[in-house]
Design a protein around this ligand. Structure first.
Ligand SMILES: Nc1ncnc2c1ncn2[C@@H]1O[C@H](COP(=O)(O)OP(=O)(O)OP(=O)(O)O)[C@@H](O)[C@H]1O
Ligand SMILES: [Mg+2]
Length: 220
């Protein structure tokens, strides 16, 4: 479903940084891929390309068989919004809004109308087991609860792929275990999961591990 074809990414502000060397990689529907590697090796660069948050400098990227090079920003954005959900290390929840509103806001630019967004947000919050905290301000939630709300926000629009960049980086081991259980459950229901992690416990949770070293991607 996701296919990088000799795709590379070079950043160039003054002097070029070859963050991702030419990479050919396919990720199929239903996979649970973990990505590890040293700091600065190109993991987030790879995830950003896969998630259509960024485009390769050279090479191609096909999503569901369609080459994305040459697509307009609007087309890329709607593809990203429809197919992908994102979870980051810092939860990026808005204070002063309830957990439920935060989850709804994640669908603001999607195809769903207000009532449907509300219904989906409630279902997602139930799914992650925090229905009783739906009306709480994120500032009153624990780190683990915040990350589960961030996951609810990412899945409420029913994406095909969930991309996570260090989702447990701010969590203790009990909360990490809860998040891992949730990711495993979502994957078992058919969601494709791609997770960057420094944590060996998180890395082994997947069914396939990629290691990025100095911009090179290898199957572990
Ligand atoms: N926007 C940017 N402009 C210039 N250089 C960048 C940019 N983003 C990343 N880089 C560089 O590209 C390389 C790869 O960065 P990347 O963020 O992909 O690493 P990473 O493996 O995710 O690291 P970490 O584990 O610390 O998050 C690094 O040398 C980094 O400094
Ligand atoms: Mg990174």
């Amino acid at each position: 479903m996701l296919e990088l074809i000799a795709a590379s990414r070079t950043y160039d502000d003054g002097h070029p940084v070859h963050a991702l060397k030419p990479t050919t990689l396919a990720i199929g529907n239903g996979e649970y891929v973990t990505i590890t590697g040293p700091s600065g090796s190109g993991k987030s660069t790879l995830l950003n390309l896969l998630g259509l948050l960024d485009s390769p400098t050279n090479g191609g990227y096909r999503v569901s068989g369609d080459e994305t090079a040459g697509m307009s920003a609007g087309h890329l954005g709607s593809l990203r919004g429809r197919l992908f959900g994102f979870v980051f290390q810092a939860f990026h929840l808005l204070p002063g809004r309830t957990a439920l509103e935060n989850v709804e806001l994640g669908m603001l630019y999607g195809p769903h109308r207000r009532a449907e967004r509300r219904a989906r947000a409630l279902r997602a919050i139930e799914k992650i087991g925090l229905a009783h905290r739906a009306h709480a301000d994120p500032r009153t939630l624990s780190g683990g609860e915040r990350q589960r709300i961030a996951i609810a926000r990412a899945i409420a629009g029913t994406p095909r792929v969930l991309f996570c960049d260090e989702p447990t980086g701010n969590l203790d081991s009990a909360n990490t275990a809860t998040v891992l259980r949730l990711l495993r459950e979502l994957n078992a229901e058919g969601l494709t999961v791609v997770v960057i992690t420094h944590d060996p416990e998180v890395a082994v949770a997947g069914t396939r591990t990629l290691t990025v070293v100095d911009g090179h991607v290898e199957e572990a």
